[in-house]
Design a protein around this ligand. Structure first.
Ligand code: HEC
Length: 171
């Protein structure tokens, strides 16, 4: 019976592919069998995780910002179009990036830069930001190395802001 159903399903699929039809009630039964067989061959779907897999550990703020990386990162931030949507200390169409290295880990930021399309579907933090800003951050085609330079630049910006605050508080 199983084989028979299999054969019928295959016939239905072939029939679908070939574009034949008009088989009345028989098609309905065959369709049901065919769709029941689909999940096994369908690619795994992207699933939203309950907890971000990139959010564990120290924030990106921790650590030194290499001067050459900072310079390169600042340039990339302009050249790769990030500055069209992001600024520091004010919101454009994307989130204000002031303090981003105090909010997120380096791994999280790197993934958001490299795979924003995947992050928005699988990472709860990115997903929430998407819901809030109602905009999908586009993939800007950076290499992992370039993404790390941009993170060094973010870190530098937050370090500078921290020093400015400390000075304010001191006077
Ligand atoms: C078209 C606008 C747009 C561009 C261009 C863009 N982003 Fe975004 N970005 C967003 C939006 C919107 C979000 C919120 C999450 C989402 O929707 O994916 C975001 C989120 C982020 C976050 C997380 C912010 C937070 O508060 O955690 C970082 C970091 C980031 N972007 C960096 C970058 C970098 C670096 C570039 C350039 C390579 C860039 N973005 C280019 C719109 C943009």
């Amino acid at each position: 019976m199983r084989t028979l159903l299999g054969v019928t399903a295959l016939a239905a699929l072939l029939c679908l592919a070939a574009g034949c039809g008009g088989n009345g009630g028989a098609t309905t039964t065959n369709d049901a069998t065919a769709s029941a067989a689909t999940p096994a061959s369908a690619p795994a779907e992207l699933k939203l995780a309950e907890v971000s897999q990139y959010d564990a550990g120290p924030r990106a703020f921790v650590g030194a910002a290499d001067e050459a990386d900072v310079k390169r990162g600042a340039q990339l931030f302009q050249d790769k179009g990030c500055s069209a949507c992001h600024a520091f200390g004010r919101k454009i169409t994307g989130p204000d990036l002031a303090g981003v290295t105090q909010r997120r880990t380096a791994a999280w930021i790197e993934n958001q830069i490299l795979h924003p399309d995947v992050m928005v579907k699988t990472d709860p933090i990115s997903h929430e930001l998407f819901a809030k800003y109602m905009l999908q951050m586009p993939k800007q085609g950076l290499t992992p190395d370039e993404a790390r330079a941009v993170i060094a630049y973010f870190r530098h910006m937050d370090h500078e802001a921290g020093e400015a605050h400390a000075k304010e508080a001191g006077k």
